[in-house]
Design a binder for this molecule. Structure first.
Ligand SMILES: CC(C)(COP(=O)(O)OP(=O)(O)OC[C@H]1O[C@@H](n2cnc3c(N)ncnc32)[C@H](O)[C@@H]1OP(=O)(O)O)[C@@H](O)C(=O)NCCC(=O)NCCS
Length: 141
């Protein structure tokens, strides 16, 4: 397996990224929305096996205080081989110097992030556009 790692959005096929999230699965994320959110993220990470995109993630950051990691996903056939860990570690490394690096895990994925040094926040709160869905997914009380 010859993997290549990319840390810019140059040449990214957003349809391919959308397919990756659907397969992972991490939901239905339209290509144009992905272009916007990745384009607005200070740190991005993509992994390719030849022409196939097999893993991705990004972090929003303000350059000093706070970085927020999101959209971390690995194609099912490539899961369990250290790629998720590699993506998160690369984003954490690039965000080093920020006072805090935060994220919220999909329910069931908390232990994955705990292994990478993340700890539960006692006072994390959020406003979700679709509150009922966030409750149904187990993200909100
Ligand atoms: C969660 C995900 C990104 C993990 O990526 P991965 O490449 O399969 O994970 P890795 O192989 O890098 O695992 C790193 C470590 O975390 C552990 N781990 C992975 N998934 C885990 C889970 N769901 N629960 C607990 N531990 C987990 C691995 O056993 C490994 O442990 P080790 O270092 O002691 O060997 C991947 O399963 C995925 O894309 N899932 C679907 C999308 C998703 O839910 N993304 C997360 C959004 S919050």
């Amino acid at each position: 397996m010859q993997l290549t790692w990319h840390d810019t959005c140059d040449g990214i096929d957003w349809e391919q990224l959308s397919d990756l999230y659907r397969a992972a699965p991490l939901g239905d994320k339209p290509p144009e929305a992905l272009r916007t959110v990745f384009g607005n993220s200070m740190f991005v990470c993509f992994v390719f096996d030849g022409p196939a995109m097999v893993a991705a993630g990004r972090a929003l950051a303000d350059g000093v205080d706070c970085a927020y990691i999101c959209d971390v996903a690995v194609l099912p056939a490539y899961q369990g081989q250290g790629l998720g860990k590699g993506i998160v570690s690369a984003l954490v490394e690039r965000a080093r110097g920020h006072k805090k690096i935060i994220l919220y895990a999909n329910p069931g994925k908390e232990a994955f992030y705990e292994k990478l040094g993340f700890r539960r926040m006692r006072t994390a709160m959020a406003v979700f556009e679709n509150r009922e869905q966030a409750i149904a997914w187990g993200l909100l009380e």
